[in-house]
Design a protein around this ligand. Structure first.
Ligand code: CMC
Length: 389
């Protein structure tokens, strides 16, 4: 009974009104709060972009200083969170650890459940943006069997993350500014992407009015899936399999014959060059200046060139997406593939929170509860087990 529109994957259904992120997929445009991603990536920094996403406008100097100060001084986590993380198996996937530890934060901050208080919401937002790199870095150290490194609040957001990841002795970690800048840029590029799967998960769970740690933990779960956050890892595997430039034509033929997909190409929304991919290409150059060129870069560049000139890809409007080059950078920075999605999650956190806050403040929103089209039996007569068996 009633009218239901059947739309699996919500391909044609708008679930909300939002003023956070604008995408024009045909033209390859991405804007946060109206500002083009290219300008933000070049001229801003991640924490300023996080402020913009959460507050809707750029900060004054005073607002920015206050924001950065608060985020910096919330980077530590409760010692029992550390003990909790140490309890995971040695081979625990860092995304599983991140999802669990963010969810666990709801028990450390029970006041977060009071979501109707805007000041209370702000403090939880600050806490989560601040603590995500700490939790992500500790998941990384855990897999390596190394002691966890505490935050160094003299450092910038990306530098502190690098310190917690890579510090090897008591000596203060001295991050390479070019790597820190590239990481910061990658965080900006991942900071929001309107109603993607994980953001939809945050909104859907958040619509029950649960605390934001539980909602974001659900978003991390959604991002964990290979169709969402896991494609950059698949790109690297593909490039490694191709191995060298001479193998590309045979590989492309295989893709055209439908044997497999060219990973890192194509997008549900972008039918043009993904604007984030262009910026990442430039970040690659900066990182490789420090780390040495990832030998797979040549293969990637040639693959891109051949695909962009090939009728199969042109006709279907398949262009490189954000994942085509990001894995090359992560690998050059010596991250194991399981960490790639953790980096994505850290970057996406302000976007999840901005969208969560928008949901809570939106008087038109209701608990997410889609309809279904029932295809099962009706009105059967139950036969007790002893009579059936
Ligand atoms: N390689 C070869 N053919 C492709 C590819 C590809 N990467 N992507 C799409 N196609 C073809 C597809 O076979 C279909 O052809 P035909 O019309 O002849 O059947 C046509 O293009 C349309 O494809 P679709 O599957 O209907 O498109 P979609 O919008 O449902 O899928 C996608 C989008 C991203 C899942 C898909 O392009 C894909 O699988 N790409 C590779 C995986 C990848 O790079 N994913 C990262 C997405 S960006 C990160 C994020 O936002 O999370």
């Amino acid at each position: 009974p009633g009218i239901a529109t059947y739309d699996p994957g919500f391909v044609n259904t708008a679930s909300c009104r939002s003023s956070v992120t604008f995408i024009d997929g045909e033209k390859g445009i991405l804007e946060y709060r109206g500002y083009p991603i290219e300008q933000l990536a070049e001229k801003s920094n991640f924490l300023e972009v996080a402020y913009l996403l959460v507050h809707g406008e750029l900060p004054t100097k005073e607002q920015y200083d206050h924001w950065v100060h608060h985020i910096t001084y919330h980077t530590f986590v409760h010692e029992n969170v550390k003990a909790f993380m140490q309890g995971f198996r040695y081979d625990a996937h860092p995304m599983g650890m991140l999802m669990a530890s963010v969810g666990a934060l709801s028990t450390f901050y029970p006041e977060a459940a009071n979501i109707s208080d805007p000041d209370n919401r702000q403090i939880q937002i600050i806490r989560m943006i601040a603590k995500m790199p700490t939790l992500g870095a500790w998941a990384f150290r855990h897999a390596q069997g190394k002691p966890y490194v505490y935050p160094d609040n003299d450092l910038s957001y990306a530098e502190n993350f690098m310190s917690m990841l890579f510090k090897m002795s008591e000596v203060k970690y001295d991050p390479d500014p070019r790597i820190a800048k590239a990481l910061d840029t990658l965080f900006i590029l991942h900071a929001d992407h309107e109603q993607n799967c994980s953001t939809n998960a945050v909104r859907s769970v958040g619509s029950s009015q649960v605390d934001p740690y539980s909602a974001v933990s659900a978003g991390i779960g959604a991002l964990f899936g290979p169709l969402h956050g896991g494609a950059n890892e698949a790109v690297l595997k593909m490039l490694r399999r191709i191995g060298n430039k001479s193998e590309i034509p045979a590989f492309i033929e295989g893709v055209k014959n439908g044997n497999e997909r060219l990973m890192g190409f194509g997008h549900r929304v972008y039918k043009n060059y993904d604007p984030r991919a262009k910026i990442i290409k430039k970040a690659c150059d900066d990182v490789f200046e420090v780390t040495g060129v990832n030998p797979l870069l040549e293969v990637a560049q040639e693959l891109e060139k051949i695909a962009l000139e090939d009728e199969y890809f042109v006709k279907r409007k398949l262009y490189p997406n954000v994942d085509f080059y990001s894995g090359l950078i992560y690998e050059a920075l010596e991250f194991p593939p399981e960490m790639f999605t953790v980096l994505f999650a850290i970057g996406r956190t302000p976007g999840w929170l901005a969208q969560w806050q928008e949901l809570i403040e939106d008087k038109e929103q209701k608990i997410a509860r889609p309809k279904q089209i029932y295809t099962g039996d009706r009105q059967l007569t139950f036969v007790p087990a002893e009579e059936r068996w």
